[in-house]
Design a protein around this ligand. Structure first.
Ligand SMILES: Cc1cc2nc3c(=O)[nH]c(=O)nc-3n(C[C@H](O)[C@H](O)[C@H](O)COP(=O)(O)OP(=O)(O)OC[C@H]3O[C@@H](n4cnc5c(N)ncnc54)[C@H](O)[C@@H]3O)c2cc1C
Length: 517
């Protein structure tokens, strides 16, 4: 193999020859990812990511490096172990955050076999580098929102849509009551993701900024597959350019994703074809592990808020972002185009700076090094963790306090103070108590049962729900939300239908529900 010094020289040569192109957006993403590991350590953790590779010289060009090095330049090109090694050496130089993220490691056939005994024997190499996992993005969003509200000046309203314009006012609709009302502002910011154009159309100022692509995931309960990943995200690109990500998460294996042009005016769902695609690729990576449709406990599908991309293939569309300026009867309208979770802080800073400039005001606080929500004061090692637990557990068992700290970060202090010591674990979702559900319902702007199942807890993600799970959680939340028996029943019915139609969950049965037509 090449020595590191030789590799550095090769990298310099390739850079000079513009054979590789480190895209600015990639550098920003790496900086932001490392900042998230520091600022939100409760929800963003370093994640070893392993690429299995077939060949030395041609072979596989994996997705992360496709984004790094061939950004937007036509169809997938195959590259082998040597170039991946070069790529990882470069990646190390700008991604390691002063050494806090480990260097990549590269292994030949024998060592790869030892590290990942279930991998297909055809793989000649494995390369492992560090990315980061964001295991609870919905809860991270809640943390950001809560931080903003605690600043005093910020307000938010859930389930309210911009549906039209009345002069310079935006017409808003309360999606629960159906009530509509006008709202004026000095600056309007449209951050409705893949729906940004549809929102601008509703405001009477049509735009054609967006070209979102659909991506689906399945969640499998398969302990053998889970063990086979050895805690790594496995990132594999087949020689025909198809990609699969096999990802251990919450005791399950998440498998994704696809990249298909999508119409944001229509709902998206994980299709049978997508499931076959995932199964085919899992079999190429771990051929000796049996994976069946009965093991699918949850599926989800979303639309990436990508910019319009006309002739560029979906997988090559930039994950970068920009802010477009429009106008509603004299009021500036800023539309966010693009972006991704990793860079959300940087793009929010960008949008906020643009809005501040329009308001003639100045930023008073940088968010670059600001801890997020339950990441503030999050203990970094075992001794500090034990001290935090001792200081905040009150009369609760240390093990319970530890679980809450893991689940919520230091925001757990509020739960530990509010929850009684004697709680009632849910019979049909034993990871939660009815008191914890009531706490979330009361404090976290919950409007529907689906909010609790998908966006406040991991109950839907880990699967195994029955009709009784829904009834039990709805009953636990009802007093805090003022739901009477009829509303509670309606919530259970709506959630049952939504889980079936959008997530293919057949409550109480193994495997996926048939697609609605
Ligand atoms: C399959 C898939 C995989 C992804 N993988 C990654 C990844 O690995 N890393 C990464 O960083 N990012 C990833 N992303 C991208 C990331 O999820 C998105 O960039 C991010 O969620 C966008 O956030 P947003 O707030 O801009 O938009 P969204 O989260 O889409 O939110 C837009 C909101 O606007 C609301 N809305 C729509 N219309 C209106 C209206 N008229 N009035 C009011 N509200 C409205 C919607 O209800 C929605 O809540 C992935 C996305 C998908 C789909």
């Amino acid at each position: 193999g090449l020595e590191d010094a030789e590799l550095q020289r090769l990298v310099a040569l390739l850079l000079a020859a513009r054979e590789v192109d480190v895209h600015g957006a990639v550098q920003e993403a790496v900086v932001e990812r490392n900042a998230l590991v520091r600022n939100a350590p409760h929800f963003v953790k370093p994640l070893p990511t392993t690429i299995p590779i077939h060949k030395t010289f041609s072979g596989i060009l994996t997705a992360p490096f496709r984004l790094l090095f061939t950004h937007g330049r036509g169809k997938p090109r195959e590259r082998g172990a040597l170039l991946i090694k070069v790529g990882l050496t470069m990646y190390d130089t700008f991604s390691r955050d002063g050494g806090s993220v480990p260097r990549h490691t590269f292994h030949g056939r024998k060592a790869s076999r030892e590290r990942f005994p279930d991998l297909d024997d055809r793989f000649a190499y494995t390369a492992t580098y560090y990315d980061a996992s964001m295991h609870d993005p919905e809860r991270l969003a809640l943390d950001v929102l809560r931080d903003g509200q605690q600043e005093g000046a910020a307000r938010s309203a859930n389930y309210v849509s911009a549906v039209g314009a009345n002069g310079k006012a935006v017409t808003l609709r309360d999606e629960v009551s159906g009530e509509e009302f006008d709202f004026t502002a000095k600056v309007i910011v449209n951050t409705s993701g893949p729906w940004t154009d549809l929102t601008n159309i509703a405001l009477g100022a049509p735009t054609r900024f967006m070209g979102g692509t659909k991506g689906s995931h399945i969640v499998l309960e398969n302990d053998e597959l889970l063990a086979a990943t050895r805690g790594n995200e496995i990132f594999f690109e087949a020689s025909d350019g198809r990609i699969v990500l096999i990802y251990p998460l919450k005791g399950r294996v998440m498998v994704g994703t696809t990249d298909i042009d999508a119409d944001p005016s229509k709902p998206v769902v994980c299709t049978d074809d997508e499931i076959s695609y995932f199964f085919d690729l899992i079999a190429q990576v771990f051929p000796r592990i049996a994976v069946t449709r009965e093991q699918i406990v949850y599926t989800f599908s979303g639309i990436r808020p990508l910019p319009r991309h006309d002739d560029v293939a979906p997988g090559f569309v930039s994950r970068d972002y920009r802010v477009e300026k429009g106008d509603l009867a004299g009021t500036p309208v800023l539309s966010l185009v693009g972006g991704k979770w990793t860079t959300f802080r940087a793009l929010s800073e960008h949008v906020a700076n643009d809005a501040l400039a329009l308001l003639g005001r100045r930023r008073t606080q940088s968010t670059a090094n600001l801890a997020i929500g339950g990441g503030a004061g999050y203990p970094k090692d075992a001794a500090t963790r034990a001290r935090w637990i001792d200081a905040h557990r009150g009369a609760h068992e240390a093990a319970f306090a530890d679980r809450m700290l893991e689940r919520y970060g230091t925001y757990a202090a509020e739960l530990l103070a509010a929850l009684p010591v004697a709680q009632h674990p849910l019979e049909h979702a034993p990871a939660y108590s009815s008191e914890e559900i009531a706490f979330l319902a009361e404090r976290e702007e919950v409007v529907t049962l689906m909010d609790l199942l998908l966006r406040r807890t991991s109950v839907a993600f880990v699967g195994g729900m029955t009709p009784e799970t829904l009834v039990e959680i709805a009953d636990a939340a009802a007093p805090a939300l003022g739901w009477d028996a009829e509303r509670t029943r309606a919530e259970v019915e709506a959630a049952t239908a939504n889980l079936r139609d959008a997530h293919r969950v057949d409550l109480g049965h193994a495997g996926v529900a048939a697609l609605a037509h």
